[in-house]
Write a new protein. Structure first.
Length: 270
């Protein structure tokens, strides 16, 4: 098995640098915010953090490719770093502390590119989570101060906590009825949103979560943390990994039921 310790240490160094840049501008009264062509916001902090990470990667891993939300793909080859400089930009620009920098390393394999390292750093929450293939999933302040995490053992939806981001995305894709049926079947539902529900699944405080539309940079880092914590991460189509354009994550015990509800009244695609 490949040794990803050096890549994981580098990802932490990158996250440290990004955290310093993003926290310095969080709640700044003069923060500059623009609207991208897809009508989502981007702040100067998003761009600065991605530029910072890219610069360090170009020096430390010059042969690796980079894919980032703000500046696209650079380079090619069997190893690709995937970056979301600020996941939760809408929270960031409104002063809500639920946002994180997502950093993943993906490697080419028989099933295409798959994540092998992931770091999720949420400095305004004082939290960080990470994982590497075959090494488990952890949370803590640093590699030297870490606690291993694992998913819950809840095996009934009636006892399960379900986290999601919003209702509108499910409605726009004709999946709202199945989504609402799922919420009624669960013990508890909360709309935490963005990266956080996946980290809660990984550490066992939430049992299932799902989102109807996502990009690779939203999913690469969180997916390996969930998987290394013992959970299951797929698209709504059941395909493992972060490649379906949407996501369903669970402790594994509830995954079949999660997908069944979210697909039971879904429109035919294709």
């Amino acid at each position: 098995m490949a040794d990803y310790h050096d890549d994981l240490r580098l990802a932490h160094v990158l996250a440290d640098a990004a955290d310093a840049a993003t926290t310095a501008r969080f709640q700044a009264l003069d923060l500059k915010v623009e609207t991208k062509p897809d009508m989502t916001p981007v702040s100067e902090a998003d761009k600065a953090a991605e530029e910072l990470i890219r610069g360090q990667l170009q020096r430390a891993r010059p042969r690796d490719a980079i894919l980032g939300e703000e500046y696209g793909v650079e380079g090619s080859g069997p190893r690709r770093w995937v970056i979301d400089p600020i996941d939760g930009t809408k929270n960031y620009v409104r002063g809500v502390p639920v946002w994180a920098t997502l950093i993943a390393l993906m490697e080419a394999g028989e099933t295409g590119f798959q994540p092998v390292v992931g770091v999720v750093s949420a400095p305004a929450l004082g939290r960080r989570w990470w994982a590497a293939k075959g090494l488990g999933a952890y949370t803590g302040r640093s590699l030297a101060s870490a606690t291993r995490i694992g998913v819950s053992k809840v095996s009934s939806l009636a006892d399960a906590s379900f986290a999601y981001s919003s209702l509108s995305g499910w409605e726009e894709r004709g999946r709202l009825d199945g989504f609402l049926d799922l919420t009624r079947a669960c013990w508890r539902t909360r709309a935490y949103g963005d990266f956080w529900p996946y980290m809660m699944v990984a550490e066992g405080s939430v049992d299932i979560c799902a989102e109807p539309e996502l990009s690779l940079w939203d999913m690469a880092a969180v997916s390996i943390v969930v998987q290394e914590a013992g959970g299951t991460y797929t698209g709504l189509d059941g395909r493992h990994g972060p490649h379906s354009g949407n996501a369903a994550a669970s402790n594994g015990l509830l995954h079949g039921e999660l997908l069944a509800y979210l697909n039971q009244r879904a429109p035919e695609e294709g």
